[in-house]
Design a protein around this ligand. Structure first.
Ligand SMILES: [Zn+2]
Ligand SMILES: [Zn+2]
Length: 308
């Protein structure tokens, strides 16, 4: 039923999650964050399982594959001769450079920010928080990430590089969002980790527009957006963020979060519509088994401009 690659990558991922969750428990960056935090089930069920599964099919079968057919492109022999480790490094490096600039643009452009704000909406940041991303953001980023691999390599090489790259994305994404108190010193000039990315998710206006890097932290230091107390020349009143998430109200429901990117609405008003009320209410008893408040929807949103 499942192929070997799927089983191996899933096994590594589950092992990595166990390690990270244990470290979060032993050395929390922010104390008091529960495993079943608010938004846990939204991130796990909707974003991690349903969205990533459906978008995987959409991106691979309905975007990248047709592009390849249209271009009648059967792979570049030149790149396919490269060893797998070199190909992985190449795509890792080039995509990381792209993602730094696109991420920076998202924080600095009103409309692109709307595709990214969901990612910043968790008030508690842990290993799973990074999975929350608007579908549009995933479609753009993963198409740009995987299309070159599929287009530039032959089928055999792409079949190896794509799952390795996807696994690295997942492992690294879990790591940088992890609620772990890491002290890696000067390594934060090179490799990105929770130290810098927890600050990126903070709700501290003074450090907005900082730490856009995903895997390699040096982009931030090279392009002047790096921030970390003790490492950057710019210092701050506290050594760790005291609050996280968006500085304005944001829906808690998956569909509302998606619609909110296109149309700002008063969530309380929408919730008062009987059919929406019923939809919200049936989830509450189930979610409350695990965590209080989850599934509660939001308050009146102010109209955010380009908030980071
Ligand atoms: Zn961001
Ligand atoms: Zn993040």
């Amino acid at each position: 039923m499942f192929d070997t690659t799927f089983l191996i990558t899933t096994g590594i991922l589950v092992g990595w999650i166990c390690i990270v969750v244990t470290l979060e428990h032993l050395y929390p960056y922010t104390k008091g964050v529960k495993f079943f935090r608010k938004g846990f089930w939204l991130d796990m069920v909707w974003y991690t399982f349903i969205q990533s599964y459906l978008l995987g099919i959409l991106i691979n079968s309905y975007i990248i594959a047709p592009i390849k057919i249209k271009l009648n492109y059967h792979g570049s022999e030149t790149l396919s001769h490269w060893p797998i480790w070199a190909l992985v490094l190449l795509f890792l490096f080039t995509h990381d450079f792209y993602i730094y600039w696109f991420h920076r643009l998202q924080h600095n452009t009103k409309w692109l920010w709307r595709t990214h704000e969901a990612h910043h909406s968790n008030k508690e940041v842990d290993w799973l928080a990074g999975s929350r991303s608007h579908a549009l953001e995933i479609i753009i980023n993963q198409t740009i990430e995987f299309a070159p691999i599929v287009l530039l390599l032959d089928v055999k090489s792409a079949a190896i590089v794509v799952p390795i790259k996807a696994l690295l994305d997942a492992v690294w994404g879990i790591w940088i969002h992890a609620n772990i108190d890491v002290h890696s010193g000067k390594l934060q000039y090179i490799i990105n980790g929770p130290e810098m990315h927890q600050w990126h998710h903070s709700d501290h206006q003074e450090v907005f527009y900082s730490n856009y890097s995903t895997k390699f932290a040096f982009w931030d230091w090279i392009f002047g957006t790096g921030f970390l107390p003790g490492l950057s020349p710019r210092q701050y009143k506290v050594m760790k963020p005291e609050k996280f998430g968006l500085p304005y109200d944001f829906p808690q429901d998956y569909f509302m979060q998606h619609w909110f990117a296109f149309h700002r609405f008063d969530v309380k008003k929408i919730e008062s519509i009987p059919v929406v009320r019923t939809y919200i209410d049936w989830k509450k008893p189930i979610l409350r088994i695990f965590v209080k408040e989850d599934g509660d929807s939001v308050t009146t949103p102010s109209d955010p401009q380009t908030t980071k």
